[in-house]
Each structure stands twice: as structure tokens, then as C-alpha cells.
Ligand binder design. Structure first.
Ligand code: SAH
Ligand code: SF4
Length: 393
């Protein structure tokens, strides 16, 4: 944005920046009709430009009269764009993990996971978004948890991650089919921005995904789960449990004390009653810590009559001392849990050769910069961090 000298010779302050991508369709209409005095269909033109054309700036929104563009520009309206700072892709090309630079230089990770469609049909293309830079929950096995909390993301910054992938997919004639809130950060600790992002992604006049194609993963913020159940959304919910009892759970999630396993299971039941959507429990399997068959039995007793599904995620080792169990141990745990009457699946490992665990790409990029201060750092594609195993999300 340019600033012209004011008549009195002083620099005029630029208009505060405002995000067009943040506005829900009703708010866009309010801006266009009530504030700018334009006809209502201009709001649809802008929404179309943002969510069908994936415009990166106001000027790219086709069909708008020059005067309206100039007015939006002068009022400080812009389109949020996520910039690629580093990229790693699995050998099979199905998993792409990006380190994205947002406003103010904040770096977050987003991942695209593709699942080939049957008979040459379009693949399922799931984008995993971050909701915070860093995370305050401190899970001991999670690279994001170990880097601490930096800031909450705005809804438009969450949506910009999805649109970035949508733009890439469009070049191949493909599109985003699902979004999971399983990247960096705790979505329910950034509640209102997360919900705004879900609404933008699922409003048919905005990004237009089906609500059922969106899944929010939480470490278990009970108040947030109950609020979410009241939103009238059909979003899927995953609760990261990782242990059948509070003592073990609190070792893995040091901030878990206010949310007991029992209370979480009750919250999951309430969510199902209210939304009709069964909750998934996530369980990261860590060798010798929470992967013993007797713990599968205990978990079975806790979850047996909930109808819930358990997603077993063999740990993707990060810098910490924790290890991924052998395939044998994973299968033994799975069998024991099934025998205890609980539906479960082992998460398909995706892109094992890239750093697909949340927080790992950013951590590795930061380390690369520390090691080579004179290199261009994470923004250089050649400065992309070295591959690490995936936790297969
Ligand atoms: N904060 C939310 C969502 C982001 S984490 C949550 O915790 O649910 C998404 C999932 O990845 C969680 O189930 C989390 O426990 C899991 N996860 C984090 N680090 C992991 C690792 N190193 N290996 C396997 N799973 C991991
Ligand atoms: Fe935060 Fe989720 Fe990582 Fe725990 S697992 S530290 S809640 S991002």
C-alpha cells in the first residue's frame, strides 16, 4: 500500500489492514451494501473471486469496477496469502508438507494427504491445518508442544492454508475434499477463530466443503467440546486420549489435569447425543509407555459402551526419548483392544520419509537456520530440512 504525503506535509497513516478472507458471506454483504453502498451482487462477486478464483489480491477479483477495487484498497482490505517457506514431499507424491509463512513472519505447518480414488476417479485430498503457532499444552511426545506457544492464528490465516493447497491442486484439475484441524496447536484453545474458520470453509457461498468433511482434533478441552456440540455444525470430533487413566495421561499431557479421562468420555457421549456424530479417540502408541496389552484392556473397559472408534497412531519419534513400537507390538495392542470390545484402526502410515509430524518441519527448519546462519534458511527450497519419519497423519 502506498502512502501519499498529506496536505500539511505529514505522512498520512495507511488504513489499517482488513482481511476479506475473514468475512462470512453475511458480513461481506454488510460491508458491500451497508458500508460501501454497492449492490448486493458485488458481495457474491468478491466471494466468487476469493473462493472459486483463489484471488491473491483485490485486483485479481474479476468483474469488480475499478472504483470499487480502489475503494477496497484505500480502506486497507487485502487477501491473506500463505507463502511457502519450505516443502517436503513423500516419494509416492501423495503427501506434501509445507512450512507456510503467515502475517508477521509466523511459520506454521500444513499438510496435504492424498488417497487415490478408485478407477481413476479424483483422489481424496485432505488438508491438515494449524490453528496456533506453537502450542501451550506441552505434550511430551509432540514437537509442537515442545516448542511452546507463540500465538493464536486468525480464522483467515487458517483458511489461507487450505486455499494455498486448493490453488496447487487446481493446477492438476483436483480439489480439496476434506480438512482436518490436526496441525500445530490446540483448536479449542483458539475457539472462536477455529469456529469462524470452520464456517468459512463450509459455507456454500464461501469455500463450500460439506460440514461432515471437516474434523477437529482436540487434546480434550471439555468446555470447548460442549460449546462445539451447540454450534449446529456437523463437524467430526477427535479427542486425543493417549492413555486409559489419568496418572499416565498426565505424564504425557502435562496440562491434562482439569480434564479427566472419565469426564472426556462423558463429553464425547454428549457430543454424539447432540450432533449424531460419533467421536474418534486418538491414541499415539509409544513403546513401553502406553502400548502394553494390559492398557488396551483398561482402555477397552473405559470405552466399551461408547460406540467410539479408536485411531491408533504409532508414534512418530521427535527429538524426545520416546520410540515408536514395533509393528508386532502395534498389532498386539490393536487385537487386545478389539478383544475388549472397541472398534479401532491403526492409522495408515503416509509419506514415511517426510517430516509429517506436526511441529517437526518447523523445528528442523529452525535448526537448519541455527546451523547455517549464512544460508538463506527455511525460505530456500534447498534449505529444506532433512527428511524425518512421519507419524502418518
Ligand atoms: N492439539 C490437537 C490437534 C493437533 S495434534 C490434539 O492434540 O489433538 C493432532 C494429533 O497428532 C494428536 O492426536 C496428537 O496427539 C498427535 N501427535 C502429536 N505428535 C505426535 C507424534 N510425534 N507422533 C504421533 N502422533 C502425534
Ligand atoms: Fe498441542 Fe496437540 Fe501437540 Fe499436544 S499434541 S502439544 S495439544 S499440538
Amino acid at each position: 500500500m502506498t502512502t501519499e504525503p498529506a496536505p500539511d506535509g505529514q505522512q498520512q497513516a495507511p488504513a489499517p489492514q482488513r482481511s476479506l478472507l475473514r468475512l462470512l458471506p453475511a458480513e461481506m454483504e454488510e460491508l458491500v451494501v451497508a458500508r460501501l453502498g454497492e449492490p448486493r451482487y458485488r458481495a457474491d462477486q468478491i466471494l466468487h473471486g476469493l473462493y472459486r478464483g483463489f484471488a491473491t489480491k483485490v485486483d485479481d477479483i474479476s468483474g469488480l469496477p475499478a472504483a470499487l477495487r480502489a475503494r477496497l484498497d484505500a480502506d486497507g482490505y487485502l487477501v491473506d496469502v500463505a507463502e511457502e517457506a519450505a516443502c517436503s514431499r513423500s516419494d509416492d507424491g501423495l503427501t506434501t508438507k509445507l512450512l507456510l509463512r503467515l502475517a508477521g513472519g509466523t511459520l506454521v505447518e500444513s499438510v496435504l494427504m492424498q488417497y487415490p480414488g478408485a478407477g481413476g476417479s479424483h483422489p481424496r485430498s485432505t488438508v491438515c491445518v494449524s490453528t496456533q503457532a506453537g502450542c501451550a499444552m506441552g505434550c511430551v511426545f509432540c514437537a509442537t508442544g515442545q516448542m511452546g506457544f507463540e500465538r493464536n492464528l486468525q480464522a483467515e490465516e487458517i483458511v489461507a492454508q487450505v486455499i494455498h493447497f486448493a490453488r496447487l491442486l487446481r493446477e492438476r484439475g483436483e480439489h480439496v475434499t476434506n480438512v482436518v484441524f490436526m496441525g500445530m496447536g490446540e483448536p479449542l484453545a483458539n475457539y472462536s477463530e477455529t469456529i469462524r474458520a470452520v464456517r468459512l470453509l463450509t459455507d456454500q457461498r464461501a469455500f463450500g466443503l460439506a460440514q461432515r468433511s471437516v474434523t477437529i482434533s482436540t487434546v480434550g478441552v471439555i468446555r470447548g467440546i460442549d460449546r462445539l456440540a451447540e454450534e449446529g455444525l456437523q463437524a467430526g470430533l477427535a479427542i486425543s486420549l493417549h492413555a486409559p487413566n489419568d496418572a499416565l495421561r498426565q505424564k504425557l499431557i502435562p496440562t491434562a489435569a482439569p480434564h479427566s479421562v472419565r469426564d472426556l468420555v462423558s463429553a464425547a457421549r454428549r457430543y454424539f447425543r447432540k450432533t449424531g456424530r460419533r467421536v474418534t479417540f486418538e491414541y499415539a502408541l509409544i513403546e513401553g509407555v502406553n502400548d502394553m496389552p494390559e492398557l488396551a484392556g483398561e482402555l477397552g473397559r473405559v470405552l466399551r459402551d461408547t460406540g467410539a472408534h479408536v485411531n491408533l497412531i504409532p508414534l512418530n519419534p521427535t527429538a524426545g526419548p520416546f520410540r515408536r513400537p514395533s509393528r508386532e507390538r502395534v498389532l498386539t495392542f490393536e487385537r487386545a483392544l478389539r478383544a475388549a470390545g472397541v472398534n479401532c484402526t491403526v492409522r495408515v502410515e503416509r509419506g514415511a520419509e517426510i517430516a509429517a509430524a506436526c511441529g517437526q518441519l518447523r523445528t528442523a527448519a529452525a535448526a537448519a537456520v541455527r546451523k547455517a546462519p549464512s544460508a538463506r534458511g527455511p525460505e530456500s527450497p534447498s534449505g529444506a530440512p532433512s527428511p524425518a519419519p512421519s507419524r502418518g497423519r
